[in-house]
Design a protein around this ligand. Structure first.
Ligand code: GDP
Length: 389
């Protein structure tokens, strides 16, 4: 799956930077990446996206200092400088890509406001699907962040083919500061995107997959404009036993795959673990319309029967019947990784919460506005003025 990824704002840029690093490390050069921001320092902090692919917008308005949490200003700047952004995308080249991927934090200003604007133009100008990875703020970040996220999400959903949500609030890491947690969450996001990016990629020399999934199957899973949540689980592969003097001493046991164990059960269990474990956004998996399973690992660990078992199980879990499954053999890992994309999920408690917050906030604004108008009218009434006509 060849992505043209755009990291919009601080969170988006950081996540994309890590994605680029990850792809380089695994020897893939298909990812195209551009970071866009109104804050110069955020762009300067990136390490793997080349400087020529970092676009600073809004220089005349905010002079490189960012828009804070003003996502309306973020959207305005994106709209005014959309040509700069689109030209940068065009220059890097879009002819060999399968999809666009806009990554951003939805609770802030630049990414929250700019992503929907970019999604609108990309969806109008290109035939390739446009996906977004949207990071929702944790509730404790406050009402303003949640409100920003709600507004951004509602607008984004009009233009993207799919919105993959990640909930910062669902990813707490004990004992870590917020910044350290972000780094961990970003790693988790990139792990998932990296597996998705392998769909349809040519496999390493001399290897064949048991059941190949190509990019069109990812596209068919994500079509329709809904929200997706992604699950992921890994299993370390048993190291070959070293016969040595102390070989008989039992090591602390870790769940590993050995040749004797039933491969297909292992794969099916791993997929189940991915679907029922921590999702990028907690949701009722029974409300998913479609699903995609991708398993990556050394070829001798992959198993067609296991995948088929997993597929049948998932078909029973989700509301729809479309489950696609495939694998990707690779030697560049000591793990088997299972990815489960739950597409078009509708029961997402955090999204319900955001919708409620947004409508409350709208009411608050309307009430405040009405009170202000009433007070102004009252001022004039006190003066006993004649109306104009
Ligand atoms: P922008 O630069 O104006 O687009 O704002 P940010 O990207 O900083 O967006 C703010 C939101 O993103 C807040 O809800 C933060 O919780 C979240 N955020 C900021 N940085 C990160 C990050 O590196 N990782 C994650 N997962 N979330 C982040």
């Amino acid at each position: 799956m060849r992505f043209f990824a755009i990291g919009f704002g601080q969170a988006g840029g950081k996540i994309l930077d890590l994605f680029v690093e990850n792809e380089k490390l695994r020897g893939s050069d298909t990812l195209k990446a551009i970071a866009i921001n109104t804050a110069r320092t955020d762009l300067m902090g990136l390490r793997h996206i080349p400087p020529k692919n970092r676009i600073l917008i809004g220089q005349t308005t905010v002079k490189g200092h960012g828009v804070g949490t003003d996502n309306k200003l973020g959207a305005k700047i994106a709209q005014e400088e959309i040509d700069t952004v689109l030209n940068a995308i065009d220059e890097l080249g879009t002819h060999e890509i399968d999809a666009f991927l806009i990554i951003s934090g939805l609770g802030g200003g630049t990414g929250s406001g700019g992503s929907p604007v970019l999604a609108k133009y990309l969806s109008e100008m290109y035939s390739e699907p446009v996906y977004a990875v949207g990071v929702l703020p944790a509730p404790k970040e406050g009402k303003l962040y949640s409100l920003n996220a709600a507004r951004s999400m509602v607008t984004l959903m009009r233009y993207v083919d799919n919105l993959i949500l990640v909930d910062n609030g669902a990813w707490r890491f004990e004992g870590l500061s917020l910044k350290e947690s972000y780094a961990k969450i970003n790693e988790e996001i990139v792990r998932r995107l990296a597996v998705l990016a392998r769909a349809g990629e040519p496999v390493e020399e001399g290897m064949v997959g048991e059941m190949v999934v190509d990019s069109s199957e990812v596209i068919n899973t994500l079509k329709g404009g809904g929200i997706s949540s992604i699950g992921y689980a890994t299993l370390p592969i048993a190291e070959k036993k070293k016969s040595g003097l102390f070989g008989f001493i039992k090591k602390k046991s870790t769940p590993v795959v050995t040749a004797e164990e039933d491969k297909s059960t292992k794969i099916a269990t791993l997929v189940r673990k991915a679907a029922l474990g921590r999702l990028t956004i907690p949701c009722n998996i029974g409300s998913a319309e479609r699903a995609l399973v991708l398993v990556a690992g050394p070829p001798e660990q992959l198993d067609r029967k296991g995948l088929e078992k997993a597929k049948l199980w998932l078909e029973e879990q989700i509301s729809g019947v479309e489950v696609r499954a495939g694998d990707y053999p690779t030697r560049r890992t000591r793990y088997i990784a299972a990815l489960v994309v739950l597409a078009n999920v509708t029961e997402i408690p955090r999204v319900k919460q955001l919708q409620k917050l947004a409508s409350e906030a709208k009411e608050e604004v309307e009430i405040a506005e009405k009170e202000r108008i009433d007070k102004t009218i009252a001022l004039f009434e006190e003066e006993d003025l004649e109306p104009l006509f």
